[in-house]
Write a protein that binds this ligand. Sequence first.
Ligand SMILES: Cc1cc2nc3c(=O)[nH]c(=O)nc-3n(C[C@H](O)[C@H](O)[C@H](O)COP(=O)(O)OP(=O)(O)OC[C@H]3O[C@@H](n4cnc5c(N)ncnc54)[C@H](O)[C@@H]3O)c2cc1C
Length: 295
Amino acid sequence: MAVIFVPAEVSRLDNIDPKEIKVVEIQMPYAFEVDGRVYPIADEMRPGTAFLAEPFGARTQKLQKRLYTRSNCALTENRILQTIINDTHDPKADTSIWWQTDEVRVGDKINVRAEFNGDGTTLIVYEHRIKDENKSLKLEPDDWWLDKKFLGIGFSTGVTPVFAHVRYLAALNFGRTRKHPGAHYVLIVSVKNPRQLMSHEEWLEIEKKYPENFRYHPVLTREWPEDWPYTRGRIVKAEKGVDGQEKINMDPLFGVVADIEERHVRMCGNETAELQLRTGFEQTRNPASFKAEVW
Ligand SMILES: Cc1cc2nc3c(=O)[nH]c(=O)nc-3n(C[C@H](O)[C@H](O)[C@H](O)COP(=O)(O)OP(=O)(O)OC[C@H]3O[C@@H](n4cnc5c(N)ncnc54)[C@H](O)[C@@H]3O)c2cc1C
């Protein structure tokens, strides 16, 4: 059967940092017709996974297929696919340039991939599958994370999967009951300047509501207000040791997260950030587990 793409409506465009970073929401319709029959559309995307859309390429001047990790969760915002898109500034950048232009408007239609569920009665939003589990930030089953400690680190738009994790966990009260303390999540986001902070107030509110289950630590790498109470500069730094060998300085990170050995680290960003973090853990202290997604 041919791959199914459903026209979905752009329902929100928010310029976080004009021409650089945009929050995008795409609303899936309730139903879609395939071969003369109308099927309901269900949204069961697991937090930390990506959907496939068909944006326009500014360089190639044609529609392209691109994956975007969802930053909200199906539990609270069903069929509203939120993601955060940046201009990559790569010489071959294509759709990422178009997203930052005024050519894309609220109300426009963007195709999003769907597929049939097991018995062929319903269409579900296609969820991209990453085979290597260590490179996938798809949140583990609910009975797994209930008693776990996490550290989610998102660099720039790499915040998308960790945002989805926290929103999902918060919707389930972090698994907290009268008898059970539930999961604990430290969210570190690293962006260049205060303008690039995303959903900042929401994280502060969740922190206030769940002080025993959630901590938020926004890092500003290039520009910060004088009274910035969090990390200024990189959270891990590559430095030359006395022997001339490159060493990763993990002190800023360990200053924020003292119990790294107990934490399941989930990181999303570019290759350099991933390599530095991986090397840094190997050179110092290892977390309980480490999964990283690089685009
Ligand atoms: C699983 C998955 C999830 C993703 N989620 C998101 C998301 O939530 N938000 C988002 O903005 N993007 C995300 N991406 C990347 C996105 O799919 C596009 O590749 C990206 O927006 C660039 O699109 P493009 O059409 O401009 O360039 P492409 O044609 O995709 O790439 C052109 C060139 O740019 C390079 N490139 C791609 N991405 C980057 C980058 N970030 N920095 C530097 N060079 C790059 C490619 O290697 C290639 O050489 C995801 C990718 C994958 C695989």
